[in-house]
Design a protein. Structure first.
Length: 955
């Protein structure tokens, strides 16, 4: 790229424009974040990110888009913007099922370095002698359980921004999880934060108070006031008022508002219901009887634990793979004979096969029982263990005598049906078959290969088999794949398998943790070989391939054993009540959102099963579950969504195509600026081309760069081969921008050519043949936040002051550098005038914020006494009733009794009035204190730095 008319002064001006810390109301503040992303951004995502960043009067925001709308993209835009402002300490708290997905998305979509912190990782970091292993620059990602158990370490870090995924988990419920939710809520409250949830209501408006209070203490009054105004079984709720309260703290985009950008994927279902053989039915009956009847020593120490559920499912899915589970029970019984608790010593081994148990431990927090067995005599224990071992022997004999696997036959028939159903579709078909255990995974892959199926791949959490390792090594040795590598070998192994499967495979047999951060862009069929009880996990499985922006229809195959009542009911509830398997993606959102945490629901269902005592009595408890789900979805939830959320969405005017068009213009201008800056800084050490989207080929080292920086960098989001992304906020891009910005420039004489750009700038027409002086200053203003402003101070030789627009237009013209200039230059008066205008404008903006906060605090103050005033009115009503009765009474004793009651009501009235005054006075003091603190934070302090001064001439 030839630098005709481009000088170091142009480069420094453009670098300052890009690097500055944008004000919260500046439209261009997300431009750098959009450019640094490696994904197409949609208008509703820009609107959401803009909303989160424009929350000056609260401690964050609630991002409540419906499932699949790209909340991780919106979060990435927010974090990218904060990084551009120099903030570094970020924490993401997420469910264990999502932590690796966060890591991969942040790297691939935004180029962020992050660290998933687990107990094992913590031990590794402590060996490095870090004072606090969590006080690091990469984004820290951890699970809810880790955050709770390691709160002491988290509290030692000065976090600049915290993200809480699935924030509805912070609800207050009356079990041990209440302590976890309360602890995390208390921890995040002082920090700027983003609460992400697709289910802010969860069947009751009470959830909103907790979430709203976390991000803005003054959004509502106290809990009683909120319940009185907005929680009602009648239709008297003022949804307009509630919507107004929520608008400053919560944004929610429903599917229908982004339908232009949402994929038109449609789900169809094929139910693969099969009748097992007589031996298989006998085996299922034996297993059911073992789990249902009386307490068992062969099960985990808590009979009703989800570990017992995982064991049950492994046994009933297929007798051919049941030997592993039966072996666990046998080993447990042998340990019980020694009067020990088997769960601690054996569950680790069981987890290696049932990988989802590692998720269960993190998702479902149990009260520990100390690992003690029931206080039963040794004789009784021996008798019970003998009986269990006899039951175990019967189950094992059934399993070994079964020659035909009806479930595998159902799978094969289903795959053939799917093939016929998809025959009109050209090209390679892709199938994913989900199962919960690695043992089942190996068995399914072997049986499919034995039945003539080919191009079969397997994926699980670790992928330690020979074939998987070969795929991984081929993947990392191919330069085309380098941009997909995360540095985490387990994640990269899974990515390698998915990458090869998408190009060469047809059938993928997967465990859930194997797909934890993966998404299949090409997939036609999802098979649930064993259907989870947790509907969240069922929806999660399908969403790995049918995301909201996918246009490919998905065929869902569900295998159900007709002889297993538990399995039949589980399928029926998920199909009919949750509507997971058919219709548009997102159809099940509301129903799933009504049940709370999925593992709680799964535990409740399994508890019903365990307490049934006989398989034939399952109808009643499962019908009860079905009715409860229908009620949770159909009752006032419909009113909440229709009257509140959609009403809010209709009043939100930001979501227009104009947003995207304006940002497209800004991105185009940014890319042009980056090519100019790179060409100036790199000089003859490389080449910059504008062909296509443009790229930089850095061949030799400029002064500030290392050998590993050499290579090709693209200015677009398409990364191929060894071409790397030219990021604004990291790597070579940041180094080049820093060099252009920080270089000290002497006063030079620049001759600008008016005709060098088309269309020509009308603002400069009258300045042709003029000369003068110009300086560019960076003014940093510290108030509610730190903001940078570029102020030009320019004057002609005859004393005419140039406007900011004229100066900006002048710096977009090509110029010839005529060398150094010696002479006296005094632009202080011009600068003071321009700075005064800027400060005045900012003070007007802050005055609006102050008035807005004052109104909000006045409403909050009234909320605090609202319920007590209602109580006072009720007391006064009661007093009037008593007085009328006293007036109408003719009996002396009756009058005396009424007089005593009147005195008591009078005392109660005075107490309530004193209490109202006390709350009012306390709240008024808090209001005044808050306004005072905001006023102090709005005191604008400014500093300035001269970037360059030039003698200019326009010809």
């Amino acid at each position: 790229m030839k630098l005709n008319g481009i000088t170091e002064y142009h480069a420094k001006y453009l670098a300052a424009k890009i690097r500055r810390r944008f004000p919260m109301d500046d439209f261009n503040r997300l431009t750098n974040a959009i450019y640094d992303s490696n994904i197409e951004i949609y208008p509703h995502q820009l609107s959401a990110a803009d909303f989160v960043l424009n929350s000056p009067l609260s401690k964050g925001a609630i991002l409540a888009d419906e499932i699949g709308m790209g909340k991780s993209v919106e979060t990435g835009l927010v974090l990218s913007n904060l990084k551009n402002h120099g903030e570094k300490k970020f924490l993401i708290i997420a469910p264990v099922t999502e932590i690796t997905m966060w890591k991969v998305n942040l790297q691939r979509l935004f180029g962020f370095e992050s660290m998933v912190i687990t107990e094992r990782k913590l031990v590794e970091l402590k060996k490095l002698d870090n004072a606090n292993p969590l006080d690091v620059d990469p984004i820290v990602i951890c699970s809810y359980k880790f955050a709770y158990e390691r709160m002491n370490l988290l509290e030692k870090v000065e976090w600049e921004f915290i993200v809480v995924d699935e924030a509805h988990r912070l609800k207050n419920i009356y079990d041990i999880r209440s302590a976890i939710g309360d602890s995390i809520s208390f921890f995040v409250k002082p920090y700027p934060k983003l609460l992400i949830t697709s289910n802010p209501f969860q069947s009751t408006m009470k959830r909103l108070f907790r979430l709203g209070n976390l991000v803005d203490k003054y959004a509502f009054g106290d809990k009683r006031s909120f319940n009185y105004q907005f929680v009602s079984i009648t239709d008297d709720i003022d949804y307009g008022e509630l919507s107004q309260r929520l608008r400053p703290v919560m944004i929610r985009t429903p599917h229908h508002r982004a339908k232009k950008y949402i994929g038109k994927a449609f789900r169809r279902e094929i139910l693969l219901s099969y009748k097992p053989s007589a031996l298989e039915s006998d085996f299922i009956t034996a297993v059911n009887n073992y789990f249902i009847n009386t307490s068992k020593f062969g099960l985990p120490s808590e009979k009703e634990s989800l570990q017992a559920l995982a064991l049950y499912k492994q046994l009933v899915v297929s007798p051919k793979i049941a030997m592993g589970g039966l072996g666990y029970i046998d080993a447990a019984l042998k340990i019980v004979r020694q009067a020990k608790d088997p769960s601690t010593s054996l569950i680790r081994k069981f987890k290696n096969d049932i990988e989802t148990l590692s998720w269960i431990d993190d998702e479902w927090y149990r009260k520990k029982d100390g690992g003690k067995l029931d206080a039963t005599s040794k004789k009784n224990i021996k008798r019970a263990v003998d009986k269990e071992q006899n039951d175990l022997l019967i189950m094992r004999e059934y399993a070994l005598s079964i020659k035909k696997d009806s479930r595998i036959n159902a799978l094969v028939n289903g795959l053939n049906k799917a093939e016929r159903s998809l025959k009109r579709k050209s090209g390679r078909k892709h199938y994913i078959i989900y199962t919960e255990s690695k043992q089942a995974q190996k068995y399914i892959a072997f049986m499919l290969h034995d039945r003539g199926f080919s191009n079969i791949y397997t994926i699980n959490k670790r992928n330690q088999d020979k074939r998987s390792l070969e795929i991984y090594h081929r993947f990392i040795n191919n330069k085309e794949n380098h941009y997909l590598l995360t540095g985490d070998e387990l994640i990269d192994r899974r990515t390698a398998i998915i990458n090869e499967f998408q190009s060469k495979g047809e059938y993928l047999v997967a465990t859930d943790p194997g797909m934890s951060e993966q998404v299949l862009k090409k997939c036609d069929v999802v098979v649930n070989y064993d259907l989870p009880i947790d509907p969240y996990r069922t929806e999660w499985r399908i969403s790995r391939v049918s995301g909201q922006f996918n246009n490919n229809d998905i065929l869902v195959l569900n295998i159900v054993n007709e002889a297993n009542e538990f399995e039949k009911w589980n399928y029926q509830i998920q199909s009919e009540n949750f509507e997971i398997f058919s219709g548009k993606h997102g159809r099940s959102d509301r129903a799933i959102g009504s049940i709370g945490v999925g593992t709680d629901y799964a535990m409740e269902v399994f508890k019903f099963f365990m307490q049934t005592h006989t398989v034939h009595l399952m109808d009643q408890p499962f019908r009860k579950i079905s009715v409860e789900i229908k009620d949770a979805v159909s009752r006032s939830m419909n009113n909440y969504y229709n009257r509140l959320v959609i009403k809010s969405a209709q009043t939100e005017k930001r979501l227009t195509k104009k947003i995207l068009d304006r940002y497209d213009e800004s991105i185009t201008e940014l890319k042009k600026s980056l090519t100019i800056i790179s060409a100036v800084v790199v000089g003859d050490k490389g080449t910059v081309t504008t062909r296509g989207a443009g790229y930089l080929n850095l061949r030799r080292k400029p002064l500030v760069m290392k050998k590993e920086d050499l290579g090709i960098y693209g200015f677009d989001e398409t990364l191929r081969g060894d071409r790397r992304k030219f990021y604004v906020n990291k790597g070579i891009g940041k180094k080049i921008l820093d060099k252009a910005y920080r270089g000290k420039l002497p006063v030079h004489h620049l001759k600008f050519r008016y005709a060098s750009v088309k269309p020509r700038f009308d603002s400069l027409k009258k300045l042709k043949k003029s000369r003068g002086f110009l300086e560019l200053k960076l003014v940093t203003v510290r108030g509610m936040q730190i903001e940078d402003y570029l102020i030009f101070n320019a004057i002609t030789d005859d004393g005419q002051i140039l406007s900011q627009k004229q100066c900006h237009d002048l710096m977009h013209l090509s110029a010839k550098d005529l060398g150094g200039f010696r002479g006296r230059i005094d632009l202080r008066k011009v600068f003071l005038h321009n700075k005064e205008q800027l400060i005045k404008k900012l003070q007007e903006r802050d005055t609006i914020y102050m008035e807005e906060l004052s109104r909000k605090l006045e409403i909050w103050l009234n909320d605090r006494v609202l319920v007590h005033r209602r109580d006072l009115r009720l007391i006064m009503t009661e007093k009037r009733k008593l007085h009328r009765r006293w007036m109408n009474s003719t009996r002396e004793r009756r009058k005396e009794k009424l007089e005593m009651q009147l005195l008591e009501v009078g005392v109660l009235r005075r107490k309530k009035m004193r209490y109202i005054r006390k709350i009012r006075n306390y709240s008024t003091l808090e209001k005044d204190d808050m306004l005072g603190r905001l006023s102090s934070s709005m005191e604008l302090k400014s500093s300035s730095r001269n970037l360059f001064t030039i003698r200019w001439e326009l010809v």
